[in-house]
Design a protein around this ligand. Structure first.
Ligand code: NAI
Length: 259
């Protein structure tokens, strides 16, 4: 069986992905900050200790190899912790587990960004993430929150992740090692993360304007999981460095035909 590690496996998209891959007969190693069903590694990916714990535990549970890694864990709060988890946590997951993938069979890696990556961002946050300077990124995020520009923090965490993936995917460490590395950008998905936003009519209206989804409206996590399954399966031999929007058309609406 393939051995697949999924972060954020306790809830929402990560849980749906874990279930989908389990249903395919793969062995899934779930990681999450929450210690619930389907979580084999409890680690806070917003911290250096949690990231190190993930790498150690994954090496042990995977027997020194992994065949797929899905970095899904994330938060949606307008706070600097969003940069720690969504950007640095996801990047540490991919980079930290890459040696295990290199020892795997038909290895594949995927990160979960968001259509918010095409929203307005704070260049200082994005630049600090790409420079691997976590404290500078957190300071820039704190400044954005203090200016009342909290949404920039989430968008910047997701844009930085996309840019990191596109840079890394074509390097010797990934493409050169035969490991496709992609990122998906969902539109609005009905999960515990988006529920508070969708329950409040005011924030829901802002969300609908920012993420217009002319095809089928909001998605369920089970409608995202098959794409993750495909991109992380051996059958995906040539898709790499791509940001695949699964957003009901939101990116095409927002960026038009030149996006
Ligand atoms: P969710 O809240 O249902 O699941 C996220 C999981 O990540 C939770 O189980 C949570 O405990 C875990 N997590 C949070 N912080 C963590 C940390 N520090 N360390 C380890 N695990 C942690 O949310 P959802 O919606 O399933 O989100 C999954 C990913 O999809 C996130 O990266 C999110 O930004 C992204 N996304 C979600 C969209 C939505 O509309 N729900 C849209 C676009 C992207």
């Amino acid at each position: 069986a393939r051995v697949c590690l999924v972060t954020g496996a306790a809830s929402g998209i990560g849980r749906a992905v874990a279930r989908r891959l389990t249903g395919r007969g793969h062995r899934v190693i779930g990681a999450d900050v929450k210690d619930t069903d389907g979580v084999d590694i409890q680690a806070d990916l917003g911290t250096a200790d949690g990231r190190a714990l993930l790498a150690d535990a994954a090496a042990e549970l995977g027997g020194g190899r992994l065949d797929a890694v899905v970095a899904c864990a994330g938060v949606g709060v307008f706070d600097p912790v969003t940069v720690r988890v969504n950007a640095f946590g996801a990047i540490a997951t991919l980079a930290g587990l890459r040696p295990l993938l290199a020892a795997g069979r038909d290895p594949r890696a995927l990160a979960v960004s968001s259509v918010a990556a095409v929203h307005e961002t704070d260049p200082a946050i994005v630049a600090a993430v790409l420079a691997d300077d976590e404290e500078a990124a957190v300071a820039a995020a704190r400044a954005a929150v203090d200016r009342g520009e909290g949404p920039l923090v989430y968008a910047s965490s997701k844009r930085a992740l996309v840019r990191w993936v596109r840079r890394a995917a074509v390097t010797d460490a990934w493409a050169g090692a035969g490991i496709p590395l992609n990122v998906i950008a969902p539109g609005i998905v009905r999960t515990p993360l988006s529920r508070p936003m969708l329950e409040n009519p005011e924030t829901r209206a802002v969300a609908d304007a920012g993420v217009p989804m002319p095809l089928h409206g909001y998605a369920d996590p089970e409608q995202v999981a098959p794409l993750v399954d495909h991109l992380t399966a051996p059958e995906n031999t040539h898709v790499t460095g791509q940001v695949v929007f699964i957003d009901g058309g939101a990116d095409a609406v927002l960026r038009g035909d030149e996006g």
